[in-house]
Design a protein. Structure first.
Lengths: 146, 133
C-alpha cells in the first residue's frame, strides 16, 4: 500500500437523502424493532422529526467514501484482499429520515504488521446545514501475499 | 436504570439464516459475494458464506437500544471484527449478545458487549457509550 495516502483528504461525497422506507428496510435487516425506527408518530413523540436510523446506518453513507479510497489510482489496495478490521461511530446526533448527508473521507493512519497493511480512515458526515452528525472510523486490513 | 459496574443490562440471541444476509446485503448495499456464495467464500480460504461484519455490529447493539429506549442517546459505538460468523445454508447461525455495564459516571455509561458464536467471541472491544443525560 502507498504510504503517501496518509493524511489525504478526499472530495465530499454527493448528498445522500435519507428515506423513511430506507430506514425501515435497514432496521429490519439489523433486527431493530424499536418503534422509533419504524413509526413516525413514535419518533415525533420522542422529539425527532421522523423515524430514527439504527446506530450502524451511517455505514451506508460511509460506503461511498470507502469506494473512493479503494478506487484511488495510486492507493495500491487490492479489493479482494481487504478485510474489515474495526469500525467505530462517534455521534453528535442520530440520523433521521429527511436528512441530507455528505461525507468527507480522510486517511488518518497507515501501518504494516506482519506482512499485512492496515489503513484507518475517518469519514466525517454532516447534514445539509453543514452541522456534524456522525464520524465513522474504519480500519481495513489488506492481507499480504500468503 | 443503572445499578452498578458488571451488571448485565440486556441479553439476546439472534438466529441468522442466509435470508438474513441477503436482506442485509440489499439494505446496506454490501454485495460482496462471500456473503452469499459458498464457492467464492471457499476460494478465498473461508469455510463458507459469512455474515457481514457490519450485520453483526448492527444487531449486537440492539439489546442496548431496547434497554435505553432511544438510540439517540448512544454517543459512540465501536467493535473489532475478530472471528467470522459462518452461516450454514440449512442450519443458519446462532449468535448471542450479552450487554454488561463496563464503566459508569454521572454523565454516561459504557456498555461492553460479549458477542458469541459457536462458543467463541466474534467481536473484540465491542463498546457503546451511552449518555445518561
Amino acid at each position: 500500500m502507498n504510504p503517501e495516502l496518509q493524511g489525504r483528504v478526499f472530495a465530499p461525497t454527493a448528498p445522500y437523502l435519507v428515506g423513511r422506507e430506507k430506514i425501515r428496510e435497514f432496521s429490519r435487516a439489523v433486527f431493530a424493532t424499536s418503534p422509533l425506527n419504524h413509526d413516525p408518530d413514535a419518533a415525533r413523540a420522542a422529539g425527532y422529526d421522523d423515524v430514527v436510523a439504527p446506530p450502524t446506518f451511517p455505514i451506508v453513507i460511509q460506503e461511498a467514501t470507502l469506494a473512493q479510497l479503494l478506487a484511488e489510482a495510486d492507493a495500491g489496495i487490492d479489493f479482494t484482499r481487504v478485510v474489515h478490521g474495526d469500525q467505530r461511530f462517534s455521534y453528535t446526533r442520530a440520523i433521521v429520515a429527511g436528512d441530507e448527508l455528505t461525507a468527507t473521507l480522510a486517511v488518518t493512519g497507515i501501518k504494516s504488521l506482519g506482512g499485512h497493511s492496515m489503513v484507518t480512515s475517518q469519514s466525517t458526515i454532516v447534514d445539509a446545514s453543514g452541522e456534524h452528525v456522525v464520524t465513522a472510523i474504519s480500519t481495513l486490513v489488506v492481507r499480504g501475499d500468503e | 436504570m443503572i445499578a452498578e459496574i458488571g451488571e448485565i443490562v440486556a441479553e439476546k440471541t439472534f438466529t441468522l439464516g442466509r435470508d438474513s444476509l441477503v436482506r442485509y446485503a440489499g439494505a446496506s448495499g454490501d454485495f460482496n459475494p462471500i456473503h452469499y456464495r459458498d464457492d467464492v467464500a471457499q476460494s478465498v480460504g473461508l469455510p463458507g458464506v459469512l455474515a457481514h461484519g457490519m450485520l453483526t455490529m448492527g444487531f449486537a447493539v440492539q439489546p442496548v437500544v431496547d434497554w435505553i429506549g432511544d438510540s439517540g442517546k448512544i454517543l459512540d459505538y465501536q467493535v473489532r471484527f475478530t472471528r467470522p460468523v459462518v452461516v450454514d445454508a440449512a442450519d443458519g447461525a446462532v449468535v448471542t449478545v450479552v450487554a454488561k455495564v463496563g464503566a459508569l459516571t454521572d454523565a454516561e455509561v459504557r456498555i461492553d458487549l460479549t458477542v458469541t458464536f459457536a462458543d467463541q467471541t466474534v467481536l473484540g472491544k465491542a463498546q457503546a457509550r451511552v449518555s445518561l443525560a
